[in-house]
Design a protein around this ligand. Sequence first.
Ligand SMILES: NC(=O)c1ccc[n+]([C@@H]2O[C@H](COP(=O)([O-])OP(=O)(O)OC[C@H]3O[C@@H](n4cnc5c(N)ncnc54)[C@H](OP(=O)(O)O)[C@@H]3O)[C@@H](O)[C@H]2O)c1
Length: 271
Amino acid sequence: MNDGNEIPVIGLGTGGMKGSDGAATITSAIHNGYRLIDSAYNYENEGTVGEAVRRISVAREDLFITSKLPGRYHHYKDAVKTIQESLYRANLDYYDLYLIHWPNPKQGHYVEAWQALIDAKKWGLIRSIGVSNFLPEHMEHLEKETGVLPSINQIELHPFFNQAEQRKWHEKHDVITESWSPLARANDVFENKTIQAIAKKHRKSAGQIILRWHYQINAVSIPRSSSPIRQKENISIFDFKLDQNDMEILASLTKPEGRINGQHPAEYEEF
Ligand SMILES: NC(=O)c1ccc[n+]([C@@H]2O[C@H](COP(=O)([O-])OP(=O)(O)OC[C@H]3O[C@@H](n4cnc5c(N)ncnc54)[C@H](OP(=O)(O)O)[C@@H]3O)[C@@H](O)[C@H]2O)c1
């Protein structure tokens, strides 16, 4: 990343994973080789992630744990307290990555939130800082006001909404792209005939084709699966390569209105 830290190229999405079932699912993923675990204050599962970390024998420094600041706590003092609360909930000393979950530009407080992340990084509470669902104009505003660009932007990204322009901006500014809902939340992707044909050609599953595509467009992906079998399947993508033709075919699946729930960051707000 642009701050010198490293992030695994694939991780586990944990939306909805809570309680003892959630801890067992996350533990299983870590046993299956996952090191990056994505969570958020608003998923109300930072405690579950912390419990999974305590249950396994992998050293803390070999894991990469992410959480996110909710929209209702963008004011500086609230943001600082929330980062601390996130750590208490997980019973961790630091997060590897902390993101502003949504910019909520109509509220206009994301620069204050960003300043809190910058300071929390200086205090050692967070190793790397980033954003989620930010448009280029929001990141330019952060840089202008604080001089610091995010290391990462976690955005909705899947074959039906491939965000080519936004990714170009990220590459130009050395910001890592991280894909949320990388499998389009299982809506239509696995039944898609084009993806199925590429899967057949490579003797891989449709999920593996999509996740390999994320890897080859230089995006970190965080597929969610509660199934140990699919967890293993989803990280077994390093023994084959999509060719130029496959990549072009997959690129052609994108749609201008391809967002799963139409959550445009300029309009949509989440608190
Ligand atoms: N920053 C943000 O605003 C934001 C927004 C949304 C999500 N996220 C993050 O991104 C993560 C991933 O996104 P997501 O949870 O929305 O959806 P996703 O990872 O695109 O899809 C998850 C769905 O795909 C199924 N699945 C997983 N692997 C599969 C495979 N190999 N074959 C067939 N089905 C498979 C899962 O079912 P099974 O469990 O049955 O396998 C689940 O129903 C979230 O969990 C969260 O951490 C962030």
